[in-house]
Design a protein around this ligand. Sequence first.
Ligand code: SAM
Length: 156
Amino acid sequence: MGCSNGRNALYLGHLGFDVTAVDNNIGAIEMLQQIVSQEGMSNIRTQLYDINNAALGEEYGFIGCTVTLMFLDPARVDAVIADMQRHTRAGGYNLIVCAMSTEAYPCPARFPFTLDEGQLREAYEGWELLKYNENVGTMHNGAQLQFGTMLARKPG
Ligand SMILES: C[S@@+](CC[C@H](N)C(=O)[O-])C[C@H]1O[C@@H](n2cnc3c(N)ncnc32)[C@H](O)[C@@H]1O
């Protein structure tokens, strides 16, 4: 979700998974499609899609949304997470990494959306949290902020 030019999609594709890679940036999708075609990878499908629509069309075993939620319409984030959860197969996984803004580390970047403390954990109540932390990270410009990082498994 928010695949850009395919950092995660190409990695998963090379591991042999069937991948659907979505982004609303036509330039990024075209670049990824070009790489996929050049590499002859028939297991990666690219798709222009606005995540704010919260309307995934099918079920997946794994949905990854890394450093993307913070660019979405804040009013749509709950619906987007609920849609990811609905479209994950029983026993399947969601991976989310998203910037936070907290009292200790107010987010220094002007993202439309940031997670509150514990927000992601709460949204995934009932799922098995295989990894969850809200650690401090450093952006490319040296600014420090917390990131919510979560790998969760849907009950089987
Ligand atoms: C920082 S990049 C993250 C790329 C990738 N997920 C990764 O971890 O390498 C954020 C991506 O989210 C995409 N994005 C932002 N808003 C979006 C939206 N409403 N629908 C789909 N993609 C969106 C951007 O076009 C961009 O490619």
